[in-house]
Design a protein around this ligand. Sequence first.
Ligand SMILES: *Cc1c(COP(=O)(O)O)cnc(C)c1O
Length: 356
Amino acid sequence: MYGSIRIEPNLHSKPLPNLDENLGFGKLFTNHMFMMDYEEGQGWHDPRIIPYGPISHDPAAMVFHYGQAVFEGMKAFRTENDEVVLFRPDQNAKRLNRSSERLSIPQMDEEFVVRAIQELVRVDAAWVPKKKGSSLYIRPFIIATEAILGVRPSMKYSFIIIMSPVDAYYDEGLQPINILVESYYARSVQGGTGNAKVAGNYAASLKAQTLAKEHNCAQVLWLDAIEKKYLEEVGSMNVFFKINGEVVTPSLSGSILEGITRGSIIHLLKEWGISVSERKISIDDIVQAHADGTLEEAFGTGTAAVVSPIGSLLWNGTPMVVNHGEIGQLVERLYTTITGIQCGKLPDTFDWLLKV
Ligand SMILES: *Cc1c(COP(=O)(O)O)cnc(C)c1O
């Protein structure tokens, strides 16, 4: 499919930095990137691994004007046995196609996408850090590159994969965060693009995010755009609550991104015999559970942090403190289990890892 991947080694490689030192998130990039182009009539072609560096495009390239761009986010880990593994990459490839479909971007062979990621990680395998909790963050994305200002789907695209060694999201273990429940701005709406990993969704979310920071909140909890009543997700994470022993998360209404971490957590909870349901959850349900003392835990889930405990929810100017602002038992167990599987400390019972 698409021909074999040509490899052009970077003759001006940066020396490998000390990966035990502070890496931050997405600041440092490896020596190579993957690229493949699409042209109407020809399809996807010329897959190649080339030196990492700036790319040049015509200022009329459609992505700059109409935002036809989708992306993915995933990680490679170095296990305790010094193997390099990917976590559920097939799920990312599937979701990339789903996002593309929504933006009228041509589909790609999913097995090929996984193979391209594997090949690139292999080339820059030395950049997969070893330090506890660290990983190589992988960012596949597709942009519309045809240079024409007419509004219609582009006839040319580039599929690019870049990689960045990153630290654990929480340097000193899990840290509960404050969240602002957003009552004015909306992230997405049914029929919109909220269930696709689309670059523009993020552009539209920045303003509310900035305002939340002024209230000392790390992220916003989005409500549905129509009734401003039902919970959707937290910033770039899905959201879960433990209420009176039951775990609940908003059902995939069409405006929520289907997180791979979300799916993995639902799977684990079922395995553990913990009751979990995907349903509509209103902010009133949460206020009620908080008032009657049954709101036991709240947390966000996503590739970057795995899980992120919520210490308090700011709603209508009043903070609702969850679990005394402390890390809950369930969130801790989920974190230990998922990171344990990723670093090879726990058995890969569900076949979630793919060796590179
Ligand atoms: C990527 C993303 C998530 C989390 O998805 P994972 O696959 O778990 O990383 C959640 N919400 C939004 C809006 C996202 O873009």
